[in-house]
Design a protein around this ligand. Structure first.
Ligand code: KQY
Length: 365
């Protein structure tokens, strides 16, 4: 693996859409007891279920710390997944893993963004995060995939969604937040996205979902379902703090065109709930000074948009609420040729994200 001094754009590489053919999907095994309840045992079970669902469609590699290697290998033994030793500070490989880019010859490379734990010392979620910062490098090295790196530019994979045809969706709440790249303005950030994703058009939604602890990652709010079409989390309840966020996103989406000059068709999917954390769920999470504290009664940023597209399938969260079946039908209508597999998503949500945040697709070469 080489670290390259150029950019994907200069070299003819671009980030493909998530629906492009995939070689594998990466995950990381969760173990932080100050983020996951019950000593992380409940979420480890949920991870095994997620690995099982994904591995029906595409090979899965799971990074595990040395400490958890034996436990994870045992819990995953019945599955056809690869367990490799990668230490990380938590399991959010969407944000700590590489963003893969491809060219027209079928070569694959990876972008290793700078990572500051969703805000560093200005709202970041835990300290330290040095192992997280090494994840992308380790994955690329293991795969012998050449690496671009942006030591001067902080970005998380969950804060971008591309259509593979020149357009990226982001939120101002996250990318313009003073806790990411305070030395850069909107134009300078757009220039980085152009150089490293090889896109032409940035669609800036003002906000992500209410109470999203990543400062409004787009992957929990709005995503492309095909070029020119997006799925947007939606509420008609004017008393829901998401109401104005949805309205503002819609106003932007109705007024822009994408890189190919297309108007955007918007599919709405209901925000589940409202969902709140319970006392029982929070009481077994370790309380430590260096990690974001989790209190009961907190409005959770639950979203059906936080799903993963895999070869032939969609792996989406369900929350045991009445909107689950409506969400399934909407996903099926957006992806008529893919099997919709819904798995329980509450355990992931309690840790601050969901299926998309916990996975990273590696496109086929
Ligand atoms: O939205 C994501 N891509 C990641 C969520 C991270 C939450 C950390 N607790």
């Amino acid at each position: 693996m080489k670290t390259l001094n150029s950019t994907p754009r200069a070299d003819g590489f671009y980030m493909p859409a998530e629906w492009a053919r995939q070689d594998q999907v990466w995950m990381l095994w969760p173990e932080r007891t100050d983020n996951w309840r019950l000593g992380a045992k409940a979420v480890q079970k949920a991870h095994a279920a997620m690995a099982e669902a994904i591995s029906r469609f595409v090979p899965v590699s799971i990074g595990v710390s040395a400490k958890q290697y034996e436990n994870a290998s045992t819990q995953l033994a019945h599955l056809d997944v690869r367990v490799v030793e990668i230490s990380a500070d938590d399991a959010w490989v969407r944000d700590t893993g590489p963003t893969f880019v491809i060219n027209d010859k079928g070569d694959v490379r990876g972008v290793d963004w700078d990572f500051n734990c969703w805000g560093g010392f200005n709202g970041g979620l835990y300290f330290p995060w040095n192992r997280d910062q090494q994840v992308a490098h380790k994955v690329l090295s293991m795969e012998k995939v050449d690496r671009y790196s942006t030591p001067e530019f902080v970005l998380e994979g969950g804060s971008i969604h591309v259509d593979g045809e020149g357009t990226v969706l982001v939120t101002e709440e996250c990318l313009l937040n003073s806790n990411r790249n305070p030395h850069m303005n909107r134009e300078e950030i757009e220039a980085k996205l152009r150089d490293y994703l090889n896109i032409e058009q940035v669609i800036w939604l003002p906000w992500g979902l209410f109470n999203d602890e990543t400062d409004g990652h787009v992957d929990n709010f709005c995503c492309f379902t095909q070029p020119g079409e997006v799925l947007l989390a939606w509420t008609d309840d004017q008393n829901d703090p998401n109401y104005s966020r949805c309205q503002q996103a819609m106003a932007v989406l109705e007024s822009v065109v994408d890189a190919k000059g297309r108007k955007i068709k918007v599919h709405k999917v209901p925000v589940p709930g409202p969902l709140y954390s319970t006392e029982e769920e929070c009481e077994t999470i370790d309380q430590v000074a260096d990690a974001h504290s989790r209190q009961s009664g907190h409005r959770l940023a639950g979203s059906y948009v936080n799903f993963l597209i895999v070869n032939g399938g969609i792996i989406a969260p369900k929350f045991d609420v009445e909107t689950d079946e409506e969400a399934r039908a909407i996903l099926q209508s957006c992806f008529p040729d893919r099997e919709i597999v819904m798995i329980p998503g509450r355990e992931f949500l309690l840790g601050g994200g969901n299926i998309h945040c916990l996975t990273q697709q590696q496109p086929a070469g």
